[in-house]
Ligand binder design. Structure first.
Ligand SMILES: [Cu+2]
Length: 113
């Protein structure tokens, strides 16, 4: 029973909303893209060069991140339910990427300025 109470406390401690992955602060050079079932959120993201972008997996199905961001090839492992990938993007341009499992049906873009 003690473990159940502790878990409840942990959940309560996160109730303020500051842990929401989609929350983005423009000033801190760190952005999160959620990888959920068949959609990247946000679908289009603009970041300054040198920004660390972290893809965070959720959902029930298998997904991956596959794309070329200028000179940087990103080919993540396929994750299901949870997982993270952080990449620091340097090359200016608009770069489209997709899920290696779902292809164009699950795609998004990041513009690096
Ligand atoms: Cu997918």
């Amino acid at each position: 029973m003690a473990a159940v109470a502790a878990a409840a406390l942990l959940v309560g401690a996160c109730g303020g909303g500051s842990h929401t992955p989609a929350a983005v602060s423009p000033g801190n050079l760190s952005f999160v893209v959620r990888v959920s079932d068949n959609v990247f959120t946000p679908k289009a993201l603009t970041v300054p060069s040198g920004t660390s972008v972290t893809w965070v997996w959720s959902g029930k199905n298998k997904h991956s991140v596959v794309g070329t961001f200028g000179s940087q090839d990103v080919h993540s492992p396929t994750h299901q339910g949870s997982g993270e990938l952080s990449v620091t993007l340097h090359t200016p341009g608009t770069w489209e990427y997709e899920c290696g499992v779902h292809g164009k049906a699950m795609s998004a873009s990041i513009t690096v300025n």
